[in-house]
Write a protein that binds this ligand. Structure first.
Ligand SMILES: N[C@@H](CCC(=O)N[C@@H](CS)C(=O)NCC(=O)O)C(=O)O
Length: 210
C-alpha cells in the first residue's frame, strides 16, 4: 500500500486530498513540525532533502508534490482526474498543474519570507513583490471566469495542485481574497467537496505560523 509522509501543516495535504478524491487506499505517517516551524530531521531519512510531501510505493520513494500527483493519477488511477493529450482542455490542465508550484508558490514564498523580515517592510522590493502577487491573483481570477474548475468543466488534479497556495495566502499571510470574486467562489466550491473535507480533517493545517 502506498505510504504518504505527511508533514503537519504543509503541501502534503494535497496528496491526502488526491487519494481521498480517487478513493484509493493509503497509509499516512505524520511528522510534526519543530517549534521553529522547520521539518523534523527524521524526514531526511525518507528523502535526502527532508521536505514534504514524499511517498513510498513499493521500492520507489518520490518527492515533489506535482510529480507525486502526476504519478498517482497515471500509475494508480488509470488517468482519472487527469485529462488526456487529445482532450480540448489538455493545455489548460497541464498549465495549471505546473503553474501551482512553478509560478504561484515560488512568488508566494518570496512574499512570505519578506513578511517575516521586519526590515523589509518598507523596502521597494516588498512593494514590488506584493504588486506582482496582486497581478498574478488578478490573472488567475480572470482565468477562473472560464469555468468552475481550472481545466474547465471537470474537476481535475490541476485543482488539487492549485488550492494550497490560496489557503496559504489566506491563513498564513492574512491575504484578503475577497477582491478576487472568482477565486473566493472557487474556494467555496472546493470546501464543499466531501473528499476535501475529509482530507483537511486528517491532514489540514494544524496551526498558524504567522
Ligand atoms: N516544490 C516542493 C516543495 C516542498 C517543500 O518545500 N515542502 C515544505 C512543506 S510545504 C517543507 O517540507 N518544508 C520544511 C522545511 O523546509 O523545513 C513540492 O511541491 O513538493
Amino acid at each position: 500500500m502506498l505510504t504518504i509522509y505527511h508533514l503537519e501543516t504543509s503541501r502534503s495535504e494535497r496528496i491526502v486530498w488526491l487519494m481521498e478524491e480517487l478513493g484509493l487506499p493509503y497509509r499516512m505517517q505524520v511528522f510534526p513540525r519543530e517549534t521553529t516551524g522547520a521539518a523534523p530531521h527524521l524526514l531526511k531519512e525518507i528523502h535526502a532533502l527532508g521536505r514534504a510531501p514524499a511517498i513510498r510505493d513499493g521500492d520507489a520513494v518520490l518527492a515533489e508534490s506535482g510529480a507525486i500527483v502526476d504519478y498517482i493519477v497515471h500509475r494508480h488511477a488509470g488517468g482519472r482526474l487527469a485529462l488526456s493529450p487529445d482532450d480540448p482542455g489538455y493545455a489548460r490542465y497541464v498549465y495549471w498543474l505546473h503553474f501551482a508550484e512553478g509560478s504561484l508558490m515560488s512568488l508566494l514564498l518570496i512574499v512570505l519570507v519578506l513578511s517575516r523580515v521586519p526590515e523589509a517592510a518598507a523596502s521597494p522590493v516588498t512593494a514590488r513583490m506584493r504588486e506582482r502577487m496582486n497581478q498574478m491573483l488578478s490573472f488567475v481570477d480572470k482565468e477562473l471566469a472560464a469555468g468552475p474548475w481550472f481545466a474547465g468543466a471537470a474537476f481535475t488534479a490541476a485543482d488539487v495542485m492549485m488550492v494550497f497556495p490560496f489557503t496559504t495566502l489566506r491563513n498564513f499571510l492574512a491575504y484578503d481574497l475577497a477582491p478576487y470574486a472568482n477565486i473566493a467562489a472557487y474556494l467555496t466550491r472546493i470546501a464543499a467537496r466531501p473528499a476535501y473535507q475529509k482530507a483537511m480533517s486528517l491532514a489540514g493545517p494544524k496551526k498558524k505560523y504567522v
